[in-house]
Design a protein around this ligand. Structure first.
Ligand code: ZN
Length: 818
């Protein structure tokens, strides 16, 4: 049961920052005593102007509270806050407490590796979890240096935000660090396997669970090479040395996000250490994530937003720089193509949805509401806007402004206004018009071709008046040959005469807009797309038609024709499994197929098997195609054969085995006993999650109840298993079995806020949402629940987005009945 902690209000943060200057944190953690809890002693030295304030603290138990030598009453601790009457001048606060290890990916997460029973711990303080690890003034603009003392079992290794020493077995000391914000303080502790190296005077480290030691060793060269290349490039671009000592990249279990940029000790989800064969798309996602987190060391860690409303800038900047640097200096020169597949629809869907918000200046009254804006808008739209700005200013001015910003606020905090002032100082001119249109106005323009009138139409987002100037390329197929032309659209109608030729609007993501192809273009694509060689244009074509389907402006049958003509094996990174698909192949299965005419699954399966036969053995595309063939197969005998006999170039590894088992489970061609036996034979962490997905997918009432008990919290499972249970439960082919859970979802969702919090609370709301129930009545139920004022804020936000997706799918279904 989680306590309803109070979320820090912006006004409270401003008052506390005006009152206090934090000099240092000394944090002592005892991780060796117990498996459920840990000891946490914090000494904070701070200066105050004198007067009342509070420290943030979320303990299981408090043992000692001493402010300036005077003992405080633990009973005054109220919903995560301990009131303090500070003295004018220097103060010392000592807090001795017991804290709980968590299994939801936040605070100090402790997990047990099912492969060998070893325990692993890591800290995730973002965005307001730090007080469940140590007592602190938890806001981004009260930075201070930290020293850590960590007691841990003797076979553990401890890494963190500064180089560690190990003066005696089981004892580790770290720091003092550079000044850090609370949200990126971390400690990673456990019997991790470590790889160490060095580059340009920077000690480099990699770590992962022992059961991934071999895989880490195999991946180390690629990871370290990329890290070196990116350091050189960031040093060249910024002219400012990386200042946090060691650069450790820790791959940790059950991590919610892709990664977290903790200074000196970045944490990644350890599914990014590959112990089975993966596709190039996934390796490229990992590469851009590595570069993204490195970009944060400058932008976010050296200079940190004063308040959460500027976190978009951290993410937009890291996203833009991460992809740019990956494309420019690593082996993944095509990183922008992958970015087009992975991020474009994520951002557009968010920006077209009911929760759209401006990129910047959202106010973010408190930390919980700020977390809700951490979406495709902050990453994909923001980065596209920064890329446009960099293009407009030129690298020289763009980086001169960034460097001025980093130097002016080194180890401190700043705002968006500070950065734009630095750009203006660097010669950018007045950027007010640009920021108003692109950063302060929500929603995308929609750009369509009126072929008869010979015009490109620009429609501003409803309810968000905008007058944006777009400059982008179009691809026009004249007599079967694609020609690329640049157009400027700076009014509601722009003359553009393409004759009869098919036109793809903004396929290279030059601008930010919902680009919708006309019916003639969509009809021509199945004949044209198979011959397109430019991978960026193929990605652009898929983004065009996906946007058209999202806006119910295309017949899903036409898109099945397109997928049959050229199954999109180029978008190879079908990972991780998410309820709302970002990449194209998952989108085909999860969004298009439920709307497509009967027989479409069989046509897609035939098409992908046909494509499979033509692809080079051992290629990434072959693997992507084979996975799609498994996912679309309806013949249990064929699936069983594929567990032992695979096409040349593909090994039947554990990943593929579980993909087959999940598909067999959906078809009802396996049972819980077989799945349990498969897991027992190779109980890896990945297999544990896939086992959950498969068990929840079985077409029987017991399986659905088994999945549901995880949603309600009756059975407590870690974050990945929770999500897999939800995604497995809902199968469009099992409507009778899942029908009772439509009502139960809306009745029981509000209560989940009492059993979980933070990231997983909203994540579970999405994973268990009844997307498979494409019914008006389901939409009505969802909308009725949204009207409930008591609904927890993050649940409401996620529910609103899921409801929008369901409404859009229903709009297509009603316009084009199957
Ligand atoms: Zn980031």
């Amino acid at each position: 049961m989680s306590t309803p902690f109070r979320s820090l209000q912006r006004t409270e943060a401003e008052a506390r920052a005006a009152l206090l200057t934090v000099e240092s944190y000394d944090v002592s953690l005892d991780l060796a005593a117990d498996e459920a809890t840990f000891g946490s002693t914090t000494t904070i030295h701070f200066d105050s102007l004198g007067g009342p304030t509070f420290v943030d603290l979320k303990p299981v138990d408090v043992h000692r509270l001493v402010l300036n030598g005077r003992t405080l009453d633990p009973d005054t601790l109220d919903r995560g806050r301990l009131p303090l009457e500070t003295a004018s001048g220097p103060n010392e606060l000592v807090v001795e407490a017991t804290m709980r290890f968590r299994n939801d990916g936040e605070g100090l997460h402790r997990s047990v590796d099912p492969a060998d029973g070893r325990h692993y711990v890591y800290g995730m303080s973002f965005m307001d979890a730090a007080p469940s690890v140590y007592a602190c003034f938890d806001q981004p603009d009260l930075k201070a240096p930290y020293t850590f003392t960590v007691r841990a079992p003797e076979d553990w290794t401890v890494v963190g935000n500064a180089p560690a020493t190990n003066p005696e077995p089981g004892l580790w000391r770290l720091g003092p660090t550079q000044p850090l914000s609370t949200y990126f303080v971390t400690v990673v502790a456990g019997p991790y396997h470590l790889v160490r190296d060095e580059h340009d005077g920077i000690p480099l480290g990699l770590s992962a669970r022992q059961s991934l030691a071999g895989a880490l060793e195999a991946d180390a060269e690629e990871l370290l090479t990329m890290t070196r290349q990116c350091f050189d490039e960031f040093h060249r671009l910024f002219g400012i040395r990386y200042p946090f000592g060691d650069y450790h990249q820790a791959f940790v279990p059950e991590f919610n996000a892709g990664a977290m940029e903790n200074p000196g000790c970045v944490t990644f989800r350890d599914q990014l250490i590959f112990d089975t064969r993966v596709t190039r798309g996934l390796k490229m996602s990992r590469a851009t994530t590595v570069a993204h987190e490195m970009a944060h060391q400058w932008f976010g860690n050296i200079v940190t937003p004063r308040w959460w409303d500027d976190l978009w800038l951290n993410e937009s900047f890291a996203e833009y720089m991460g992809v740019r640097v990956t494309a420019d200096v690593t082996e993944y020169a095509d990183a922008w193509v992958d970015n087009s597949y992975l991020r474009r629809q994520w951002g557009l869907t968010a920006d077209l949805g009911p929760s759209t918000h401006p990129v910047a200046g959202n106010g973010a009254a408190d930390a919980v509401s700020a977390l809700q804006d951490f979406d495709g808008i902050s990453y994909a739209k923001g980065s596209t806007v920064l890329r446009q700005l960099a293009g407009r200013l030129g690298d020289e001015t763009f980086f001169a402004g960034v460097i001025d910003h980093l130097e002016s606020h080194r180890f401190g905090n700043a705002t968006m206004h500070d950065l734009f002032a630095s750009w203006e100082k660097a010669g950018a001119g007045d950027l007010a018009g640009f920021t108003d249109q692109w950063l302060r106005t929500a929603g995308p323009d929609t750009i369509t071709l009126d072929r008869a009138a010979g015009t490109l139409l620009r429609t501003p987002p409803a309810g968000h008046p905008a007058d944006r100037a777009h400059s982008f390329r179009v691809a026009v197929a004249r007599e079967g040959r694609w020609e690329v032309e640049r157009v400027a659209v700076d009014g509601p109608e722009t003359t553009y005469d393409a004759g009869d030729a098919p036109v793809l609007i903004d396929p290279f993501n030059d601008t930010w807009a919902a680009a919708v192809p006309d019916a003639a273009t969509v009809a021509a694509l199945p004949a044209l797309l198979p011959d397109v060689e430019d991978p960026a244009l193929v990605a652009g074509a898929w983004n065009n038609v996906r946007t058209a389907l999202h806006l119910a402006q295309v017949d899903p049958a036409a898109l099945v024709d397109l997928a049959v003509a050229r199954f999109p094996v180029e978008d190879t990174g079908d990972f991780p499994h998410v309820a709302v698909p970002r990449r194209t192949i998952p989108w085909l299965f999860q969004t298009l197929l439920p709307l497509a005419p009967a027989g479409s699954l069989e046509r897609l399966h035939e098409a992908v098997v046909g494509r499979l036969a033509t692809l080079e053995a051992g290629s990434e595309e072959q693997l992507a195609a084979f996975r799609a063939a498994i996912r679309s197969a309806s013949d249990p005998d064929l699936l069983r054969r594929w567990t032992t006999e695979t096409p040349e170039g593909i090994d039947a590894d554990l990943d593929l085995r579980w993909r087959v088992l999940v598909r067999l489970a959906v078809l009802g061609a396996t049972d819980a006993a077989e799945l349990d036996a498969e897991l027992a034979a190779a109980p890896t962490a990945a297999a544990t999650v896939e086992h959950t997905r498969a068990r929840a997918s079985l077409p029987d009432a017991e399986a659905k109840a088994w999945a549901w008990s995880r949603f309600t919290g009756d059975v407590d499972v870690p974050n990945y298993e929770l999500e897999a249970a939800g995604l497995g439960l809902w199968q469009p082919t099992q409507p009778e079995l899942t029908a009772p859970y439509v009502d139960r979802y809306f009745a029981e969702l509000p209560g989940t806020a009492a059993v979980r919090s933070g990231w997983v609370l909203a994540q579970a709301a999405e994973a268990f949402f009844p997307f498979a129930s494409l019914e008006r009545s389901t939409l009505d139920r969802a909308r009725a629940l949204l009207d409930d004022p008591a609904l927890e804020a993050s649940v409401r936000r996620r529910l609103a987005d899921c409801t929008d997706r369901l409404a859009r799918m229903l709009a297509v279904a009603e316009a084009h009945p199957r």
